[in-house]
Write a protein that binds this ligand. Structure first.
Ligand SMILES: NC(=O)c1ccc[n+]([C@@H]2O[C@H](COP(=O)([O-])OP(=O)(O)OC[C@H]3O[C@@H](n4cnc5c(N)ncnc54)[C@H](OP(=O)(O)O)[C@@H]3O)[C@@H](O)[C@H]2O)c1
Length: 292
């Protein structure tokens, strides 16, 4: 192991590895499966939309890859365990589990419904916990290693207005990852947390918007002149870019991956100098009457 590296970072060949990817019907997950299929992995795809899963699976098979699929709602613990059983039944023991399924919500935190908060936590955080339990426990019992990958978000490092449930759940996911990484030390099981920035996917369209009828909020957001670091983060990255970063992390396990360079810088700055950045975010806006 390289001096100071948390994991053994030697490159591994991916051919033949059995990889489960959640949220594989669209966006980052579907693109990740396409890339892994081309590298000779055996893939179990899952999400809720059967038709889309079938289409992506067919595409992978046509390109010479090995893939199967099963639907699973990752907000349901039993379904996650059943999916792990299905995957083992199809391709044998799982080598890598990518918890990528996720989704956002736009709401005012002061008005957040408990049900909405629970959905955000089940979808963006607890689904990973259930995956850890469904696959890492058998790995330990068998005395074998394995890889867990969680797709978090820069929103899991630095919260943003009206993303309360989502940011809180992704922060909790980061905390859970930090804990499990240490609890799994010396087991041969690695855990990587991936922090994408804004990405071209269905994420925005699938977002649950509790503020749709709130015109005052729309006006407030539109009239904001975002600080420079928020504008740098706002450039969307292609799903292929994020998927490549995940493939690289499967080849060479590391604890953290930041696919979006500017988002990584902003999150790092936020963690180093939160007061400075928050003062920029909350600075009073200039109006047309200013400067008179
Ligand atoms: N796009 C961004 O800007 C961005 C930024 C940072 C982090 N991320 C994270 O990246 C991950 C992938 O998102 P994406 O951008 O690829 O979004 P996406 O295109 O909307 O894909 C989300 C995937 O999750 C699945 N999914 C949603 N709810 C599910 C549930 N209850 N059970 C099982 N599967 C479910 C969806 O499939 P079904 O609808 O078929 O179930 C879909 O395959 C998420 O964890 C997201 O938080 C995205």
């Amino acid at each position: 192991m390289r001096n100071g590296a948390f994991y053994n970072t030697a490159m591994s060949d991916l051919a033949g590895k059995h990889i489960v990817v959640t949220g594989a019907s669209a966006g980052i997950g579907a693109e990740l499966c396409r890339q892994l299929g081309r590298l000779g992995c055996r893939l179990t795809l899952t999400a809720r939309r059967r038709k889309l899963l079938g289409d992506v699976t067919e595409e992978i098979r046509r390109a010479g890859g090995e893939a199967c699929y099963e639907t699973c709602d990752v907000t349901e613990r039993d379904e996650v365990f059943e999916l792990a059983e299905f995957a083992r039944g199809h391709f044998g023991e799982i080598d890598v589990w990518v918890s990528n399924a996720g989704g956002g919500m736009r709401h005012r935190l002061l008005e957040a419904e408990e049900e909405d908060m629970q959905l955000m936590f089940r979808l963006n955080c607890l689904s990973s916990l259930w995956a850890y339990q469904a696959v890492a426990v058998p790995w330990i019992e068998q005395g074998r290693g394995g890889q867990l990958i969680d797709v978090s978000s820069v929103g899991g490092k630095a919260g943003f207005a009206y993303g309360g449930g989502y940011c809180a759940a992704k922060h909790a996911l980061s905390g859970m990852g930090d804990v499990l990484r240490q609890e799994l030390a010396r087991t041969g099981i690695t855990l990587t947390t991936v922090y994408p920035g804004l990405t071209e996917s269905e994420f925005g369209a699938a977002l649950i918007d509790r503020t749709a009828s709130d015109k005052s909020l729309r006006t407030e957001v539109m009239s904001r002149r975002a600080p420079w670091f928020v504008r740098l983060m706002a450039a969307k990255q292609p799903t292929a870019h994020v998927a490549r970063a995940i493939v690289h992390a499967i080849r060479r396990p590391v604890p953290f991956v930041y696919p979006h360079r500017w988002a990584a810088c902003a999150a790092l700055l936020y963690n180093l100098w939160p007061n400075l950045l928050l003062s920029r975010l909350n600075r009073p806006r200039r109006t047309s009457s200013d400067g008179k």
